[in-house]
Design a protein around this ligand. Structure first.
Ligand SMILES: [Zn+2]
Length: 503
């Protein structure tokens, strides 16, 4: 086990190796670390404040843990280009930096900003209108700096804002858009994530586990997108939810209590995905998300070998949906035709579908490929995710509407004129199971502060490994600051297993 501690400027950075798989990095950052000065006039706000991709190392893969608190770029809104947006409140002064002409405008808030006829127009709190000379990025911040926040849509943004006008795509599929990008320090961003991703009454330790996962995910995404687009994360299900505000007391305390801790593997941060409920059958990122380079690591699965150790008792664990058999039959034939250029192969599906089986499973048992068999014995292979999307577009008998299926884990049965599926879990099932974390924390004895949350966040192991060490149980400030020293007491606590038999 290796440990080192490095002091870099005002940031104290500590890392520690956990045997065989996970590392937990602890960075203690001063509370005023996020303050930034307005750059020199020769610089533009949009470029000088962007995430420095070089600091992440090899951005094609997973990033190394940063040695100082980074900023992240959050796309809070993407609106019609000519939609007016209003920032600030009465009594506040706002700075607007127009990149195209390198000019700074100081205007009283509230400030209504509109992009019309290819140029920006500012309508300020003194009922004065300023027409700018053109388009391009418009950066907004308060005169007092980032600490005071900018009021926007009834929330106080903890950073500053870029308005990015986007031309329509060449094929006109995407109309002209206006992206509202918030630049915020990582630790200031996270409380607003926790408030959107968890129920407020869930245990504090679940919030801490979520903070570690969300922080790791944000860092990995920032590294991946640094040179690919003008934002790192989307405030929504495409990335992770974000309230846009400073967060509740509970969320802020959970973030502060885990400040700087991320999950790493082989010295680099993992994109620590999470979903509502794994259904006891966790997925790998390669299967559930995409085949991105950063996902090509050994699949990580929960340490608990029994579904009862995860989200089985939750209200979202099991679900059911019913479809008309005729709708499914038609949709499957259309899907098959669109993906099969060989007309001879298409003609093989002459019977009507009457059975469904699982043809391939992941090492954790999660279905990867389903088979739909006809009355003539012909079998159609379809991936579990494509099948989930196909079914989500069909009218549901019990709801008389279409709606997304909760997961791609289900069994199907043809019964009369109906096709009935019984499913497990909610979401892609990769990484941290939120309902499982909630259930886990409720079983934790009082006084196991933070430790169980950390354990839930890192209780992964590669399939096939017979043992895994989970690291320390920082039950005191001493062990928190010295994470390399395994808390021997942890092995005596039932909530903190240090090894488990393989599946
Ligand atoms: Zn679960």
């Amino acid at each position: 086990m290796d440990a080192r501690s490095t002091v870099l400027g005002e940031y104290r950075f500590i890392d520690s190796t956990l045997v065989m798989l996970c590392l937990v990095f602890l960075a203690i950052c001063p509370s005023n670390a996020s303050a930034h000065e307005i750059p020199a006039q020769t610089q533009t706000l949009s470029t000088s404040f962007q995430v420095n991709s070089e600091s992440y190392g090899d951005v094609e893969n997973r990033p190394v843990a940063p040695t100082s608190e980074p900023q992240v770029r959050i796309r809070l809104r993407s609106k019609d280009l000519e939609s007016p947006v209003t920032f600030g409140e009465t009594g506040q002064q706002l700075l607007c930096f127009h990149e195209a002409d390198s000019r700074i405008y100081l205007r009283p808030a509230p400030l209504e900003i509109t992009h019309v006829n290819g140029a920006w127009r500012l309508a300020d709190g003194d009922s004065r209108t300023t027409q700018l000379s053109g388009s391009g990025i418009l950066s907004i911040r308060t005169l007092a700096g980032t600490d005071s926040g900018i009021l926007f849509e009834e929330r106080r943004l903890p950073g500053f804002v870029d308005l990015v006008p986007l031309a329509p795509s060449g094929d006109s599929v995407r109309p002209a858009r206006l992206d509202v990008i918030v630049f915020v320090s990582l630790e200031s961003y996270l409380p607003g994530v926790l408030d959107m991703e968890l129920y407020g009454h869930w245990p504090f330790e679940t919030f801490q586990a979520q903070a570690i996962a969300a922080r790791s995910y944000a860092l990995a995404e920032a590294a991946f997108w640094a040179k690919r687009r003008h934002f790192d994360l989307i405030a929504g299900p495409e990335s992770q939810g974000w309230s846009g505000g400073g967060g509740s007391d509970k969320a802020r305390q959970a973030v502060q209590g885990t400040a700087g801790i991320v999950l790493v593997h082989d010295g680099r941060v993992i994109p620590a995905y999470y979903s509502a409920a794994c259904g006891g059958l966790p997925a790998s990122a390669d299967d559930a998300i995409s085949s991105r380079e950063s996902h090509r690591i050994s699949p990580l699965v929960p340490l608990a070998s029994r579904p009862s150790g995860c989200c089985e008792a939750s209200s979202v664990h099991a679900w059911q949906a019913e479809f008309k058999r005729v709708d499914l039959d038609r949709a499957l034939r259309t899907w098959h035709t669109e993906r099969t250029v060989d007309s001879e192969s298409r003609s093989n599906l002459s019977g009507s579908f009457d059975a469904m089986t699982v043809l391939e499973r992941s090492p954790t048992g999660r279905p990867l490929v389903y088979g739909l068999t006809t009355s003539r014995g012909e079998t159609l292979r379809i991936g579990s995710e494509p099948f989930r999307r196909l079914l989500s577009k069909l009218p549901r008998i019990e709801k008389e509407t279409t709606s997304p299926l909760r997961s791609s884990v289900f069994n199907g049965e043809f019964r009369g004129r109906r096709f009935i599926i019984k499913g497990l879990g909610w979401g892609h099932g990769c990484g941290l199971c939120q309902y499982g974390a909630n259930a886990w924390e409720k079983r934790v004895p009082p006084g196991a502060r933070f430790s169980s949350g950390t354990t839930q966040a890192v209780r992964f192991k590669p399939p096939g490994e017979s043992r895994v060490s989970l690291g320390h149980c920082p039950s005191s400030q001493r062990s928190w600051n010295e994470p390399s020293k395994m808390d021997k007491a942890a092995s005596r606590r039932p909530c903190l297993p240090v090894s488990q038999p393989s599946h």
